[in-house]
Design a binder for this molecule. Structure first.
Ligand SMILES: Nc1ncnc2c1ncn2[C@@H]1O[C@H](COP(=O)(O)OP(=O)(O)O)[C@@H](O)[C@H]1O
Ligand SMILES: [Mg+2]
Length: 411
């Protein structure tokens, strides 16, 4: 009985028991349509039994039982399901799979799956099907929909023994929504990266400008103050020691302010960066050794001129790494190597300190390490950190180095 309580007995009975040759063409078409409708009803589970008039009288073929449940289950599931012969012909499939192709079920059954895949993924599918004939496997491919655009699906495949023949069964899950979200996420990451790059470059420009102004304007004015103080000291009448002492102490104060100005200006942006990355790294190492007392070994193996944005980015990564060594490592030795390796500029910093546990979840949001990684990513590179508790830490930062012909166009 079908779901609406209508019996499917008559139509099925009629198709199966009539002498087809005796029918008119119109009758034939009508019967054929009826048979197709019955088939569709069987597939979708609307019919649970068929009565057929044969020589031995009326027979009942029931679709109920485990078979019926499975048929319903396979037909109703959101995923596409199919059984393929070893030559990749689709022997059975559900409506879900046909929908991926935007095609009728009848036209999909009997086709080769290789003809229904997005051309660029043909090799990938062949590899998957070969493997699936032996053992369970999974993969992602794009199917060729009649609507034109590819449909990304996740395939889960298994070998299947059908009586004496070997086959493959597959389940295809639609990945379109996941792909759309992935795409939106990628676009959003790209936007944030562009924003971060913009903010970093604005920040570097601002630091360079403030550094210059502090150094030049404040520095020069204070030097003038010092000269004036020295002139005043020379104008004092003999024996005015009180005044002279006050002038000398003001001169010392001016000296210490000049010293502070130089330090602040250098911290904002070391002028040595204008001489190139290698010079800046060397200078920073000297400064680090003096401040931290950690012995450093440096190997600067590059002769290439590094574009200024890249130099500044790598230098900031280097500074953050040394700050971390000073703050967290308890190291006694640091080794620094700057070199060109296969079209990349590579900076390696190794310390022999206490190291840390990289599996620590809080590190994924730790801003210092995140900032280093982001700086390298903006320049098209990467930062890799390997640390073993008790055995020290190695930070390797690399960025692509433009070929020498491209230098002319670089900032
Ligand atoms: N060279 C290092 N030696 C030991 N621990 C380190 C080293 N570099 C980083 N770490 C660990 O990684 C953590 C995250 O570093 P970072 O993101 O720079 O944050 P912060 O320096 O502000 O703590 C540090 O708190 C520290 O535990
Ligand atoms: Mg840090």
């Amino acid at each position: 009985m079908d779901k609406g309580g209508k019996s499917s007995v008559d139509r099925t009975k009629a198709v199966c028991s009539q002498n087809v040759a005796a029918l008119s063409r119109r009758d034939l078409v009508a019967r054929l349509n009826e048979a197709e409708e019955t088939l569709r009803a069987i597939r979708s589970g609307e019919i649970d039994a068929i009565f057929v008039n044969g020589q031995g009288g009326e027979k009942v073929f029931t679709l109920q039982g485990a078979d019926h449940t499975y048929r319903l289950f396979v037909e109703r599931m959101n995923e596409g399901a199919a059984v393929l012969s070893l030559d990749h012909t689709i022997l059975h499939c559900n409506g879900g799979l046909a929908r991926f192709f935007g095609a009728e079920l009848q036209s999909v059954i009997g086709s080769s799956l290789l003809d229904l895949v997005w051309r660029e993924d043909l090799l990938k599918l062949e590899v998957l099907l070969r493997r699936a004939a032996q053992k369970s496997c999974r993969g992602e491919i794009r199917l060729q929909s009649r609507k034109g655009a590819p449909v990304s699906v996740h395939l889960s495949l298994n070998p299947l023994q059908l009586d004496s023949t070997q086959a493959v069964c597959l389940i295809a899950s639609d990945l379109s929504e996941i792909k759309r979200v992935e795409q939106a996420l990628r676009a959003s990451i790209e936007q944030f990266r562009n924003l971060a790059a913009h903010l970093l470059s604005v920040r570097e420009e601002e630091r360079a400008r403030i550094s210059r102004e502090v150094h030049d304007e404040l520095g020069q004015s204070l030097t003038a103050v010092k000269m004036d103080l020295s002139w005043l000291a020379g104008q004092l009448p003999q024996g005015n020691n009180k005044m002279l002492t006050r002038i000398r102490s003001t001169e010392q104060l001016a000296d210490s302010i000049i010293h502070s100005i130089r330090r602040i200006s250098t911290e904002l942006r070391p002028a040595v960066l204008d001489l190139g990355l290698a010079a800046a790294v060397e200078w920073q190492v000297q400064d680090f050794q003096v401040r931290s007392g950690v012995r450093c070994k440096v190997r600067l193996l590059i002769r290439e001129v590094v574009p200024s944005t890249a130099s500044t980015g790598m230098f900031r990564i280097f500074q953050e790494t040394l700050t971390n060594v000073a703050r967290h490592a308890k190291a006694t030795r640091v080794e620094v190597v700057l070199q060109k390796k296969g079209g990349r500029l590579v900076l390696l910093i190794h310390d022999n300190g206490q190291g840390f546990d990289q599996a620590d979840a809080s590190l994924s949001t730790s801003l210092g390490l995140l900032g280093m990684r982001e700086r390298a990513a903006i320049l098209g590179g990467e930062v890799n950190i390997s640390s073993v508790p008790g055995k020290g830490t190695t930070v390797t930062a690399w960025i692509p180095l433009p070929s020498s012909e491209e230098y002319g166009n670089l900032p």
